[in-house]
Design a protein around this ligand. Sequence first.
Ligand SMILES: [Zn+2]
Length: 617
Amino acid sequence: MPAPMPRAIPTPLDRPYPGTLHLGVDATDITRAIFRVHETIPAQGGPVALLFPKWLPGNHGPTGPIDKFAGLVIRAGGTKLAWTRDAVDVYAFHVIVPNGSHALDCDFQFLSPVETREGRVVMTPEMLNLQWNAVALYPAGYFSRDIVVQPSVKLPQGWKFGTALETASASGATTTFKPVPFNTLVDSPIFAGRYFERVNLDPGARVPVYMDIVADRPDELTISPTQLQAHRNLVQQAYRAFGSHHYDHYDFLLGLSRVMTGIGLEHHRSSEDGTTAEYFKDWDKTIVSRDLLSHEYSHSWNGKFRRPADLWTANFNVPMRDSLLWVYEGQTQYWGTVLAARSGLWTKQQALDAISADGATFANRAGLQWRPLEDTTNDPITTMRRPIPWRSWQRSEDYYGQGELIWLDADTLIRQKTGGKKSLDDFARAFFDVDDGSYVTVTYTFDDIVRALNGVLPYDWAGFLRARLDSAGAPAPLDGLARGGYKLVYTDKPSDYAKSSEHVRKVTDVLYSLGVIVDDQEHGQIAEVLWDGPAFNAGIVVGSQIVAVNGVAYDPEELKDAISGAKATGASIQLMLKRGDRYNTVSVTYRGGLRYPHLERIPGTPALLDDVLNAKH
Ligand SMILES: [Zn+2]
């Protein structure tokens, strides 16, 4: 018979936690990338369960880095206490507080990754990204908003930082912040660096918006007048789309690095935007990165302020349910594209090229045959962004890109049926333009979405959405493109967006011709194989290395020439592959030539997509 389970961890209740937690983080050990923590937690005599945050907002999954939590020592009044980890919930620690004690003193470390295979590198000799969830314990039995904490951080000498937290006092290299609820703390990370620049994105505004930039090298902080103007436009275009704002100040935390791992993580009053070191310096080559800020910023409205009801949890150790991520992420992906174009972060052509790349992904995704879109909202829990062998068959976090196509479908439908009088912007005003200035989350359900859409245009929105979310075997949702006046076509020339995507990802992307993406950083290792494509049918799998193409050492241009050559001559393509310790040569039969996606105007139709992308005045 099964052994009985231990007593459950106390359920979070909505009642104030007595006293204020004090959380001090020493972030000066940049050599070993170790964050050292001292935390004081008020507590009375008796059993206490302390939690390490497990379910992280924005990650939509149980990704709290418990594997890098170490060195835990708990004391009360100087006496060391024994602690035990819960046998079922390994993110919970039990300790008995002695009678007469009033606080627990906890010391521990967050051993942040020193190489990428251990996880996200968040500390380098030049910068750091402090996420409070990785350096804090908190008491079980309370809503996280009911626990008040006063954080402080000691940074390397001379470093500067950006954060949504407000400073209470500073002494030497240590900054103490004003007390905040525990959920606000977790929502308010820090970017700090040796090379730092703070840029005002809304000069003279009552509610300020800043961009806090850290970079590997000082010259990578330089921002041109055109770049600055586009980022400033982003703020104004967001206000025109969403109406009110849900912060009392906002900071884009922008990390430009080849060492610190990239990130895009939304918060109410800030966002963590970690991208290519060349973001400003090589603007023309980093097109693919330029919807990062517009995406994360849109989340302040969609995802943080308005949040799916099943995703809003009382604390960070209650499981999240992700069923509405096609709104939370899918519509944010849409606004990210739209606002990038409206602000000038992208030209109209670059935005069209980005949308063509999204359309092509789903036009070529075999997994649509078996897996409904809504089911992919489970991916942050089932897969947690680990590498997968057959992305186009398994599907991935498709609620982003396919979600974007659904919202384009809805937007163009509204525009068409109202003769251009209404659009998804009206939905945005109805849905997000409430409680101006507040960053207290307002939750919603599927029915609330349908109701808001019906307020803009009476239509069978429930049927529209369910058909697109629940069906397996339906074709890719490209109706919004056609209604927008465009069709998806392929030519043998990559768009500037596609070229930038290859450049930034350091890959050779011939997915829609030969059926593979090749990782050029890994010397020709195959990173993706299109299900049922030419390479798939020749037995090629992810992880194999292309050693030679038609007898010549692998090189991206050699591979592309071979694909074009096969079209001209009708010959097959000979690939010598290394897989483990085996070498073999496979013959791939493919004569279609290079194929890259583009959008082409459908003559004689209204260009509704152009209307979507035009700046609002
Ligand atoms: Zn997002």
